[in-house]
Design a protein around this ligand. Sequence first.
Ligand code: FES
Length: 218
Amino acid sequence: MTNQPNIDGVGDSGQAWYYSDIVKDHFFNPRNFMKMGEEEEFKADGMGRVGSPACGDEMVLWVKIDPKEDKIKECRWRTFGCGSAIASTSILSVMLTENGGMKLDEALKLRPQDIMERLGGLPSRKVHCSVLGDKALRSALNDYFHKSGQHQRVIVEGSRVIDEELKITDHDIEQAVLDGAVTLEDVQKKLKVGIGNPETIPAIEDLIRFYKEKYFGV
Ligand code: FES
């Protein structure tokens, strides 16, 4: 199999959208998919359910944990998301369970960018689809930490209000970057943030840099 991209369509921006052969393989042959009704038998140690504000799609991910080794033994998932969400979560489930399973501390360090690298890339308009599986994983691990009494390991991804007047949070800026905003002007066009409050601009610029690096590696 090659990673040679093929043109699968043309986006509404007029740009061609490329899907790698790996994306297509995982879309057509999803690994570790949880069929309807199998949840009970699976007996998960943790379950995470998240929705994407960008498109309204939903993802559920289940994990089984080896508590002695602090590793992921098994991972299953199900989504009402698009093909890119299916492919990204399928490959995420492989990454988590290959070579005897991933240590939980390693799994917590995974970023959507790592998933995209294993997929051979995703069209930039589809980056948010890989975020869905990543967030569901964090939520499933938090669920496991709560259930197993390891409350100190729970990672709370709280919102920070950046613009008090408009009640714009860091999550709103994260979403704007995932939706394609790359400059302060782009973010302001979407959110109007900082326009009436110029003292918030350095914090907004820091967040744009942070999320661009996190999701796009630039
Ligand atoms: S468009 Fe919704 S997850 Fe991809």
